[in-house]
Design a binder for this molecule. Structure first.
Ligand code: PMV
Length: 322
């Protein structure tokens, strides 16, 4: 079931949006290939209130340099009175856990409420446009997860399971976003502490996808993601874990792993059915599917290996006013 629209609300407005974790298909999704991800129960809260001048967390200086805020003002708040925007987040920045998408979806919901309310499909489209313009590249996966909550797929094979939520378009691509059932699993996301930079990574991988080997790589990414969806739908943890490993092999081939991330994948192995980099890579986080009953062991192993591990489940709802 989809949550309803964001209702109209006068200033001040406070919205809360979840982060995300990509299970299958990051990078290839930018070229319109399938992706599976979930909104996770770690949130960013964004408040807007009237202010004599524009401010971010009470300070005027950071406003001009904040690409996401600037893009949101340009698209959603043109010519309107200045605001003090306050953001409080439990999602580590640059971790691959969707901090920027949650900020953008929270801000879009707050501005949308102050502008008379907004339906969720429009919010998803606007949040994607803001993130994409600020970042220069990308897919609507992260922003759709922040908008919708739960488990989602983008462009999975025709006739795939799931309730269609909305379609998001860019000049080059079109993505059909669907909600799929929650398999009821706990995932462990472990932040390496190495920041990652999504734009340059997406551009570098894009060059690989444009090379002669690109079509075959994209086909294999798609095949693994569609197989992952089928494995999850039949509640098959071991097969899902094996497919996470196959996805990781493709991510290695397109150059987004890192020795530090490989060390975390190695540390996870004894307690995981499978693990991979999640998000843009080159830094950021890994995601692992724990062996049944070994969730705590897995978290301990990853902490011992120097990561910041989180046991996460799906955020049941997308962005909402609080
Ligand atoms: O690392 P993150 O959270 O920015 O995720 C990026 C996911 C990519 O597929 C690499 C890009 C995208 O916009 O889908």
């Amino acid at each position: 079931m989809t949550d309803g629209p964001i209702p109209a609300h006068g200033l001040p407005v406070v919205a809360r949006a979840p982060g995300k974790c990509i299970l299958f298909g990051e990078h290839a999704v930018v070229r319109g290939q399938p992706e599976i991800l979930l909104a996770i129960d770690v949130y960013t809260q964004v408040a807007i209130r009237s202010s004599p001048e524009w401010a971010l967390n009470g300070h005027a200086e950071p406003v001009a340099a904040h690409r996401y805020l600037q893009e949101a003002i340009r698209q959603l708040w043109p010519g309107a009175a200045p605001l003090n925007v306050t953001a409080v987040s439990r999602i580590p920045k640059g971790s691959g856990m969707g901090s920027s998408a949650a900020f953008v979806a929270g801000l879009s919901a707050a501005m949308g409420a102050a502008n008379g309310g907004i339906d969720r499909a429009t919010l998803a489209q606007q949040s994607f446009a803001i993130e994409r313009n600020a970042q220069g590249v990308g897919s609507p996966g992260d922003t759709s997860a922040a908008a919708a909550g739960g488990y989602l797929t983008l462009n999975t094979e025709v006739g795939a399971v799931g309730e269609p939520l909305w379609t998001v378009e860019s000049a080059r691509e079109r993505w059909v976003v669907r909600r799929i059932a929650d398999p009821g699993w706990v995932w462990v996301v472990a932040y390496s502490g190495l920041p990652k930079d999504t734009g340059p990574k997406v551009r570098a991988v894009g060059e690989r996808f444009s090379s002669p080997e690109g079509p075959e790589l994209l086909r294999r990414f798609a095949e693994v993601a569609n197989a992952g969806l089928r494995a999850m739908a039949r509640d098959d943890g071991p097969d899902t874990g094996r497919l996470l490993e196959e996805n990781q092999e493709l991510l290695r081939q397109v150059g987004v792993s890192h020795p530090r991330l490989e060390a975390l994948l190695e540390a996870a192995r004894p307690s995981a059915l499978g693990a991979k980099v999640t998000g843009a890579g080159g830094g950021g986080s890994i995601v692992a599917l724990p062996k049944p009953g070994q969730e705590t062991d897995l978290v301990r192993r990853l902490a011992r290996a120097g990561a910041v591990p989180f046991a996460v489940g799906p955020a049941p709802r997308g962005v909402e006013l609080i």
